[in-house]
Write a protein that binds this ligand. Structure first.
Ligand code: TXA
Ligand code: MG
Length: 312
């Protein structure tokens, strides 16, 4: 395995703390890492990948003690963590109080997917940054996940700093599970076989697609839906809440402006928090101003149209 010098990892940790992206090896695939507590840094992941929609990102920690600052691990989740970490298992757990993660990291959900990678460079980087790292696979959206540093540099035409740790040993993304009471639900098949989880726990692992409570169609689980109904490209009417963008029209109801100056990055940073706040204000309908679909606007509009889609 290639081993970057300790000084290289220390500097990469500094860049992460300063809000830069650093691609790093894990045992599964290379990740495009950002400080998970820094909304702007996490938004850069989307811009760099050209990812048209916000997915909740996996938060990479150095060990279970660090993971417990961000998520609440019940007995069964803890048992899985103790058995399979470090390793290719992501566990989705409720957010811990005072977690400090950016809203865009969890895409506005009240849960977080966490894993501890089984890779000395990843681990050293997390410790050097002294931050939890949000990291999807380090490839442009729609391209294959990279398993070498060269694929990462080629994919982003050298625009992203990469720590070279040689080829990934697994080459498939982590298995993702969540714990629902006494039941383990697999949300994504991956590098850890379901049978191994079953052997450890003596429980049958339920597939999310096949019907547990949280198995809503498609990716519904990972999509924040406000309680209020949403009207897109709208001018607010009497009795509605108003999620404005740019120059807002005058409105008497609860109003929040995603970005008075019309800055899409600022709007993306505020999106989930503002939807939550308008929900809390008790509105039954939120009118959302038109938002351009260029740049991060595509992800914002994707999220809004999902939030506006008819509910089951
Ligand atoms: O092996 C891996 O897991 C790689 C390496 C870099 O660690 N990372 C990776 O990240 O595959 P990504 O962004 O492709 O996977 C994130 C997925 C989301 O699309 C979603 O399915 C799931 O993880 N996820 C994350 N947080 C979640 C949450 N709170 N609830 C439900 N699903 C969540
Ligand atoms: Mg990916």
């Amino acid at each position: 395995m290639n081993v970057p010098a300790i000084e290289t990892i220390r500097q990469a940790g500094e860049s992460l703390r300063a809000g830069q992206l650093v691609a790093f090896p894990t045992e599964t695939v290379y990740g495009l890492g950002a400080d998970a507590t820094n909304a702007d840094a996490v938004l850069s992941i989307y811009e760099t990948k050209g990812r048209p929609r916000f997915n909740p990102l996996i938060v990479h920690c150095a060990d279970l003690a660090m993971a417990e600052r961000y998520g609440v691990f019940g007995p069964l989740a803890r048992k899985l963590a103790q058995a399979f970490w470090p390793g290719p298992l992501t566990i989705v757990v409720p957010l811990a109080a005072g977690h400090g993660l950016a809203d865009v990291t969890t895409a506005g959900l009240d849960t977080v997917g966490i894993r501890v990678p089984d890779h000395s460079i990843a681990n050293a980087l997390i410790r050097a940054a002294d931050r939890p790292l949000a990291a999807p696979s380090a490839n442009p959206s729609g391209k294959l996940s990279p398993t070498t540093a060269l694929q990462v540099s080629e994919g982003f035409a050298g625009r992203v700093a990469v720590l070279d740790g040689g080829p990934c040993t697994s080459g498939v993304e982590s298995t993702i599970v969540t714990v629902d009471g006494d039941t383990i639900v697999q949300l994504r098949a991956g590098a850890l076989a379901r049978e191994e989880i079953e052997a450890l726990t003596g429980k049958t692992v339920v597939l999310a697609e096949k019907g547990a409570k949280i198995s809503a169609p498609g990716m519904l689980l990972s999509h924040y839906a406000p309680n209020a109904a949403i009207r897109l490209n709208a001018i607010p009417e009497e009795g509605e809440a108003y999620l404005a963008f740019g120059s807002a029209v005058a409105h008497h109801g609860p109003t929040l402006n995603l970005s008075p100056s019309g800055d899409l990055r600022e709007a993306a940073r505020n999106l989930f928090a503002y939807l939550h706040q308008l929900d809390k204000a008790g509105a039954s309908l939120i009118a959302v101003a038109p938002i351009p679909s260029t740049g991060l606007g595509e992800a914002i509009n994707d999220r809004l149209s999902r939030a506006a889609a008819p509910r089951a």
